[in-house]
Design a protein around this ligand. Structure first.
Ligand code: ATP
Ligand code: MG
Length: 422
């Protein structure tokens, strides 16, 4: 294939059969969000680059190497959003939604990061983000975690996800810890792998979630972030753990869990699976009490998470036998082109009377046998044939393609005859 006519590397098409699963999953998630009173917000895909400077963290992967940025015709620096929290926070400040108000919001859409594409990691991918503004927690953390648990349960994948939580303390404490960790890692630099060596100079905290077992062994002798937590952070974390245990939500404390973005404080959590190789985090979130102020808004606490929708769908396909048939209820066939108009009218009549049904009219100029083959190929439940013999008798040939039975039905009886499809 001519390479120029392919989609951009890491940005793929989501074809109709795939979209059936996406729609099914999105419907389940949206219903649950509705029941928890979270409202949808739709945000632009492009934002001013300045919005992301000094908020995500200048040494994070996103800022240092993953951002799609460019100038528009007016020389304004823009970026394709790499995540949704910053834009959502910006919108809430811009529209003054946070003045003495709490907000529970969600959004769903594409995000863009210039990463090395692989299974579960793309350059355009979809996130569903859920954010709660104006609530100090940790009760709201519990609500968010219950909400995600319900997602997994209703999708039938709860057995394949485990929840890890941690407290990363305040931003100041974390900076103090970062200095000590750096000292320790520099002393042991010869034991680090290439990836960790690279991170050492840029963002040493990310070495904590290295997948290399020898790095994890080394870190056991290093300084521990949880020993640095101040009283407020410790109490907050203990309270959350107590709430979760009391309600009976299973979780694991992972003291090495940190988030890729700088704006988090205190609680961070991730839902992980062992079914997707190294792209094992399906949902990640945490508290970010200082972000709104940093963006010029009021002093408002906040917490949220994002689900990697592509990974979620991969997981569902991997572990469940979810078969969503691509089917048609009524497939209308024509003896020849002279019946085309009548076929269109008939399909409209069925849609008027039985709007729940999926009705397809065949416009393809092939013989009746081939049209029946097409009807079967499309997984049609019933085929209707309009032909001269039937027209004479003011009737239609109706074939049940599941039972392989057929009969002639009067046009006046057709709607009644089709109602078994509902
Ligand atoms: P990772 O460590 O996998 O790079 P991250 O810390 O960069 O993840 P977040 O910014 O927290 O990820 O994004 C939340 C979720 O979005 C991730 O847990 C993941 O499920 C999904 N995600 C992030 N980047 C990608 C990507 N490039 N392709 C597909 N999904 C992604
Ligand atoms: Mg990343």
């Amino acid at each position: 294939m001519n390479i120029k006519n392919e989609s951009i590397r890491g940005m793929h098409d989501y074809l109709p059969k795939e979209i059936i699963i996406w729609n099914h999953v999105e419907t389940i998630l949206k219903k649950i969000l509705f029941s928890y009173c979270y409202n949808e917000i739709r945000l632009p895909i492009l934002e001013y680059a300045t919005l992301f400077k000094n908020t995500i963290g200048n040494t994070t992967d996103i800022i240092t190497k993953e951002m799609y940025s460019f100038e528009d015709r007016n020389k304004k620096k823009l970026i394709l959003r790499p995540e949704g929290t910053i834009g959502c926070a910006r919108a809430n400040i811009q529209h003054k939604l946070l003045n003495n108000n709490e907000q529970r919001l969600w959004y769903l859409g594409p995000m863009f990061r210039y990463e090395r594409p692989q299974k579960g990691r793309y350059r355009q991918f979809y996130q569903m983000g859920v954010e709660a503004f104006g609530l100090k927690g940790p009760d709201i953390e519990v609500e968010l975690i219950l909400l995600t648990s319900r997602f997994w349960k209703n999708l039938g994948i709860d057995k394949h996800l485990i929840l890890e939580i941690n407290s990363i303390g305040s931003i100041d404490i974390r900076n103090k810890y970062k200095k000590d960790l750096l000292k320790f890692l520099k002393k042991n630099e010869s034991l680090l792998d290439d990836d960790s060596k690279k991170r050492l100079g840029i963002n040493p905290l990310r070495i904590l979630d290295s997948k290399n077992p020898s790095i994890q062994i080394l870190l056991k002798n290093g300084p521990k972030l949880h020993h640095y937590l101040d009283k407020n952070s410790s109490i907050f974390f203990k309270k959350l753990c107590y709430f979760m245990s009391d309600i009976g939500i299973p979780y694991t404390i992972n003291n090495n869990l940190i988030r890729g973005l700088d704006y988090y404080n205190d609680i961070v959590f991730e839902w992980k699976t062992n079914k997707l190789g190294s792209q094992n985090t399906v949902c990640a979130g945490g508290r970010y009490d200082k972000l709104i102020e940093k963006l010029g808004g009021p002093k408002v606490p906040a917490v949220g998470f994002a689900i990697g929708m592509d990974r979620l769908i991969l997981l569902i396909k991997e572990v469940s036998s979810l078969i969503l048939p691509f089917f048609i209820d009524v497939y209308i066939l024509i003896f020849d082109d002279s019946f085309k108009l009548e076929a269109i009218k008939l399909s409209e009549l069925i849609r008027n009377k039985l709007p729940e049904l999926k009705v397809m009219t065949n416009f393809y100029g092939v013989n009746v046998t081939k049209q029946f083959r097409l009807a079967n190929k499309h997984n049609s439940r019933v085929a209707l044939l309009l032909g001269p013999k039937e027209q004479e008798k003011k009737s239609i040939l109706m074939k049940d393609l599941t039972n392989k039975t057929q009969k002639i039905v009067l046009k006046t009886e057709l709607i009644n005859e089709l109602s078994f499809l509902l």
